[in-house]
Design a protein around this ligand. Structure first.
Ligand SMILES: [Zn+2]
Ligand SMILES: [Zn+2]
Length: 306
């Protein structure tokens, strides 16, 4: 047996398995949301964004068999501090949209607003957003100035008009909460799991034919084969770990999160950094291996993602 096969993340991956198992016990409206991404598309005008999508009766945006979220990557008003510390509270930070036809979106559409609209298929509150160093003083309409910085993993708040559009938890008649409370209350992953429509996203499995999870011989053989075939190179960032002492920095990941699905199309090689970034488990691999991976990336001049 090849000693380079990666077992360090196994416990964590089993935890991850547990975390994704629950939705499959519900039968009907759960989809196998396959995240090969994160995929992000940037577009300048709102109309050019929206014409790419198919919308269901709730207004959920679909493309390429997936559901998408829309947000503005370069807001004119957000400071780095607000993005890092209180993105949901600050009125200077824009919200993200789960529908393409809420009141805000319709308004933007009518004006064909130009902004940096980004659609992402990662249905979680982690967005890359550019912020300004500080607010401009003395301006009635706020703008930013100074250094600009792209902040990763910003927990933007959801658009209240979108929540009204889909009548989230009967928001239209339930007056007891503030907008901030609604934003904090909203569970975007759960909401998409429960509301995505099958006819737009074809699931690979149902609860009846979902393969049992596990890391069996087939997985180990295929993982090794994939590593040899691809010369221990990360599919996402192209980090090369072919030197024997770096080979444990490459993991074989199950794209769908279903560890029982060892079909070739469900397997991909990722370095630890990209595995942490793209996978659901943000602590996969030991911290020593992770540090080694980061160092190797610096040597090979490759972007660090997680
Ligand atoms: Zn909205
Ligand atoms: Zn990588």
């Amino acid at each position: 047996m090849n000693k380079n096969i990666q077992f360090l993340g196994l416990d964590n991956l089993i935890k991850k398995m547990g975390a994704t198992k629950i939705p499959w016990e519900l039968d009907q409206n759960i989809s196998n949301i396959e995240l090969t991404g994160p995929v992000e598309y940037t577009n300048t005008t709102i109309n050019s964004v929206l014409e790419d999508f198919e919308m269901d009766d709730k207004g959920i945006m679909y493309k390429d068999g997936r559901a998408w979220i829309l947000y503005i990557m370069e807001p004119k008003s957000a400071t780095i501090d607000d993005l890092k510390n209180n993105p949901k509270e600050s009125d200077d930070v824009p919200r993200y949209h789960i529908t393409g036809n809420c009141r805000t979106m319709e308004g933007m559409r009518n004006k064909n607003r130009k902004d940096r609209y980004v659609t992402t298929d990662l249905l979680i509150e982690k967005f890359n957003v550019w912020g300004f160093e500080r607010k401009k003083k003395g301006f009635r309409i706020f703008g930013g100035e100074g250094k600009r910085e792209k902040i990763p993993n910003v927990a933007l708040g959801v658009c209240i008009h979108c929540l009204q559009r889909v009548n989230y938890n009967k928001i239209k008649t339930e007056k007891k909460k503030s907008n901030l409370e609604w934003r904090e209350d909203f569970d975007v992953e759960k909401w998409f799991r429960e509301n995505i429509q099958e006819k737009f996203i074809k699931p690979k499995y149902t609860s009846k034919n979902y393969p049992d999870p596990g890391y069996g011989n087939k997985f180990r053989l295929r993982a090794t084969e994939l590593k040899v075939r691809n010369n221990w190179t990360c599919l996402h960032c192209k980090l090369n770990c072919s030197k024997p002492r770096y080979r444990n920095l490459i993991h074989c990941d199950h794209k769908s999160g279903n560890t029982g699905d060892n079909s070739w199309e469900n397997l991909r090689l990722l370095c630890i950094d990209c595995h942490r970034y793209l996978g659901q488990n943000k602590t996969v691999g030991s911290s020593r291996d992770f540090q080694q991976c980061v160092s190797l990336k610096k040597v090979q001049n490759i972007r660090i993602f997680s």
